[in-house]
Design a protein around this ligand. Structure first.
Ligand SMILES: [Zn+2]
Length: 272
């Protein structure tokens, strides 16, 4: 532990396809050397099954190679994201070939599934993904809606997960948790992920507040690091915030490395 840096931070939620090689270089130098990238929206609709195949190839073949050049181990998750779930025909086409990608060596499970506007079709597509994860005993990474729909959407997602008796909550990470959802997520036995952003949503200071309020069991923080205003080093900033507040290094190490490792290690493909 040099200069209070948490070594080997694991960031379970980064969208590296929209980041630069400079980001990889900075992350590796700062100690973020293991990351996982959920499949998500790209800032625009892909709109065709063929385009999803291209994205899944990028996530499973090209991006791990790009990351490895900088000493970063890259894992990924597969799904059709909730922002493109209104088109049920497209969703079925993508679901039909998802198992082919779930079998690949760096794919840890199904994600990031969930809801965006809490619509009926989004719920249908969410349930289809939950069923697929249950059939294959996959880990699940969940996207919860932002802003005013968050609490309602988070509850709808947890209800859908609990409606499938084969899903065990300790194998599900519910991301984009905030002050008003983290308690219920943890009470219902799921993992809670806090997604840190520089200006909107959960800041590093709010992340530290949430750990102080709800404890450090089954909770982790990540940077989202997507195409919008986001920061691939946000986890380190939250760790520094906890350090400034006097949290012991062991607790910081647990939130930023031990906890994500414990969750992700439930998938035998995860090697550290
Ligand atoms: Zn995401």
């Amino acid at each position: 532990m040099e200069g209070g840096v948490v070594v080997n931070v694991i960031d379970a939620h980064m969208h590296m396809v929209s980041r630069t090689t400079d980001d990889y270089r900075l992350m590796a130098a700062a100690g973020i050397r293991t990351i996982t990238e959920p499949a998500f929206w790209a800032g625009f609709d892909r709109g065709s099954a063929q385009a999803f195949r291209g994205y899944f190839e990028q996530l499973t073949v090209y991006e791990p190679k790009r990351a490895a050049q900088f000493g970063v181990r890259h894992y990924t998750w597969m799904c059709l994201n909730p922002k493109e779930a209104e088109d049920l025909k497209l969703a079925e086409e993508v679901l039909a070939f998802l198992p082919e990608y779930l079998d690949r060596p760096t794919v840890l499970g199904v994600g990031e599934i969930g809801l965006n506007k809490n619509s009926k079709n989004e719920l249908v597509v969410l349930e289809r993904h939950i069923e697929l994860a249950a059939d294959r005993d996959e880990l699940i990474l969940v996207h919860t809606p932002h802003l005013e729909d968050k609490l309602k959407g988070t509850r709808m997602i947890m209800d859908a997960l609990e409606n499938e008796p084969r899903i065990r909550p300790e194998r599900v990470l519910i991301d984009h948790a905030e002050e008003h959802t983290a308690g219920e997520i943890l009470d219902r036995g799921f993992w809670a992920g806090l997604t840190l952003y520089p200006v909107s949503k959960c800041s590093p200071a709010r992340g530290a507040d949430i750990v102080e309020r709800f404890g450090d069991e089954r909770i982790c923080m990540n940077s989202a690091a997507d195409w919008g205003d986001s920061d691939p080093l946000a986890t380190l900033k939250a760790a520094d915030e906890m350090r400034r507040r006097g949290h012991p290094e062991a607790r910081i190490e647990k939130v930023f490395a031990g906890n994500p490792r414990a969750f992700l290690s439930q998938c035998p493909k995860f090697k550290g």
